[in-house]
Design a protein around this ligand. Structure first.
Ligand SMILES: Cc1ncc(COP(=O)(O)O)c(C=O)c1O
Length: 307
């Protein structure tokens, strides 16, 4: 039996038994409904914490070293001591993956400054809260891949530390809801007239066969797919550049793309209700999507890829 068939059978069995996912909380694996955090946790009170989302293909983590490096950067930027060693992180995540039936998953990691009396300043002593869960990674439906998605443009109203993968996501939540309210899948934000990013994705413009992304600075989250796009472009002989991108340039793009851990690379074919280029996923999208799938296949084929 093919593994993906095995996985979907296993999933059906689990669903029919109303099986609950297992999650990790502060050193223990337990059913989701039993995982409880005190209301004075600073994640709940202040959104004082960071997170990561790591895709898993064929039960192997994809780009784990890069995700771990970003997790450490986010922790350092908000001055939370990394609670675990690299091998402890890997062991807990691998255990979580193995406790679930899906071949493709996405692992969510969440670290807060812990529980303390409510006061804005850091508590003198607190122990970080560490939560982790995994979910089935649903492939983007074929008709969405064929047609692409709609986006709207929006002023970026978030704070100026978007490089931190903070759990304080209100700005991103409101931005995504504005897109949903306009029947779009994502928004494309602009700060001071320059493109930044989506509510939960990085955005790419294709012009004359070249891929352009926003400058990587405090105004955007450096997606793990930012480095990957550069690598894939080089591998495909496609030009790649970071540049300031205006609204006018966005509307003149031949193609627009978004990238994220769960959407991989996806074509944006409508922006503010107007077609992008020819209004369908273009040749650069197709080449990068193929290259992305090849990178996933290579990850599965190479045991060294999981570290
Ligand atoms: C604001 C924002 N930008 C970019 C990304 C893409 O990052 P990655 O490629 O690591 O998923 C995300 C992912 O959630 C995000 O929330």
């Amino acid at each position: 039996m093919h593994t993906s068939q095995l996985d979907s059978n296993a999933l059906n069995t689990l669903e029919s038994k109303d099986h609950e996912p297992t999650v990790y909380l502060n050193g223990a694996f337990l059913p989701l409904s039993e995982a409880k955090v005190p209301v004075l946790d600073r994640g709940f009170i202040f959104g004082d914490g960071i997170y990561e989302v790591v895709p898993v293909y064929a039960r192997r983590l994809f780009r784990w070293p890069e995700h771990l490096a970003r997790l450490k950067r986010s922790l350092a930027k908000i001055r939370i001591d990394n609670p675990y060693s690299d091998s402890q992180w890997l062991a807990l995540i691998e255990s979580l993956i193995q406790q679930h039936p899906w071949s493709e998953q996405f692992v969510y990691l969440h670290i807060t400054r812990g529980v303390a009396k409510r006061d804005h300043a850091f508590p003198k002593a607190s122990k970080p809260t560490v939560f982790a869960m995994t979910s089935a990674l649903q492939a983007v439906p074929q008709h969405v891949r064929r047609e692409g998605v709609a986006a709207i443009t929006l002023d970026d109203q978030r704070w100026l530390h978007c490089d931190i993968k903070s759990i304080s996501l209100l700005g991103n939540v409101l931005a995504r809801q504005a897109a949903v309210d306009a029947d779009a899948a994502e928004c494309i934000q602009f700060r001071d007239g320059q493109m930044t990013e989506g509510s939960s994705s990085n955005i790419w413009l294709v012009r004359h066969g070249e891929v352009l992304g926003a400058p990587v600075d405090h105004r955007i989250l450096e997606g793990i797919r930012v480095g990957l796009m550069e690598t894939l472009c080089h591998g495909c002989g496609i030009g790649f550049r970071n540049a300031a991108i205006s609204r006018e340039e966005l509307f003149q793009a031949d193609e627009l793309l978004l990238t994220s851990a769960t959407k991989e690379v996806l074509a944006i074919t409508k922006v503010d209700h107007k077609p992008v280029g020819e209004g369908k996923p273009g040749p650069v999208y197709h080449r990068l999507y193929e290259a992305y799938q090849a990178a996933i296949a290579a990850n599965g084929a190479n045991p060294q890829a999981i570290r």
